[in-house]
Design a protein around this ligand. Structure first.
Ligand code: CDP
Length: 253
């Protein structure tokens, strides 16, 4: 089979040319990175779990009328997506203080915020994805004021959907990051949720015990990342309830 053309390789995913114009194939790798790739490892099965979880969240969003780039899952590690123009901003929504917000503002991790707070970081690894203000975004033409209003509205809808979904399975959605893309319909532009939504890009804490079920398990060496992601998938019904991660194939006689 002819090798597909690789469009882009990131830290956790690879994008290939899709079967139709305007589509890409998004491949989920097992690589885990943190602290701007200073910490790296390969977590067997992570890509498979994130592919399934991202599919599950994107389909749910589509079903409540939030547009995404997702078209369909192709196999264990790949999904077909729409080609979009990624806005070079990471959109972070926070419900509780954690991570960089706790450090920056001296807030204890887990402090409930008065309301969901939306932050923007400029996507540039060499700069460490710095936090930017709306003023920077408009002045440097990364997005228009209208885009910004639409991005905040989209991010808050994703937050309500994800918070409710997680609450239903005993998980607190502390914060998450999404990326947003532009889809062109002739001259008409639509903003859609792009990239991925997975425990790699969310903070998820068990409501009862506070146990972390997200990439902080890897960042902070708190145990098995694959077990944590499997637990999220199991609770959401994305994996059968008795599944352990990545069963090895068995020979049937
Ligand atoms: O994750 P870190 O402490 O470096 O940064 P943060 O600003 O506290 O992250 C807020 C949320 O966005 C967390 O759920 C991160 O996992 C997520 N995030 C991400 O997925 N990718 C980034 N480059 C930065 C943050």
């Amino acid at each position: 089979m002819a090798r597909r053309k690789k469009i882009y390789e990131g830290k956790a995913k690879v994008l290939y040319e899709g079967p139709e114009p305007g589509t890409f194939v998004q491949y989920f790798k097992d690589d885990a990175t943190a602290f701007n790739a200073e910490k790296k490892d390969v977590i067997e099965g992570k890509g498979v779990l994130n592919n399934r979880l991202s599919e599950f969240f994107m389909i749910g969003l589509e079903n409540i009328g939030v547009p995404t780039h997702f078209l369909k899952r192709l196999n264990m590690r790949e999904q077909l997506i729409r080609q979009v123009e990624i806005i070079p901003l990471e959109v972070i929504v926070r419900n509780y203080a954690a991570g960089t917000m706790s450090k920056r503002l001296g807030l204890e991790e887990g402090t409930r915020l008065p309301r969901p707070i939306v932050e923007f970081c400029y996507k540039d690894d060499s700069l460490g994805d710095p936090l930017v203000a709306e003023e920077h975004i408009i002045a440097f033409n990364w997005a228009t004021q209208q885009d910004l209003d639409d991005m905040v509205a989209l991010a808050l809808r994703v937050n309500d959907f994800m918070s409710g979904l997680m609450y239903g399975v005993g998980i607190k959605l502390v914060d998450f990051k999404i990326e947003i893309g532009r889809l062109w319909d002739n001259d008409f532009q639509r903003l859609v949720v792009a990239d991925e939504i997975s425990p790699d890009s969310c903070r998820l804490w068990d409501i009862e015990t506070g146990q972390k079920l997200d990439k902080d398990v890897f960042r902070r060496d708190l145990g098995s990342l694959a077990d944590a992601y499997t637990e999220v998938a199991r609770r959401l019904g994305v994996l059968p309830s008795n599944a352990t991660h990545m069963p090895k194939p068995t020979l049937i006689n």
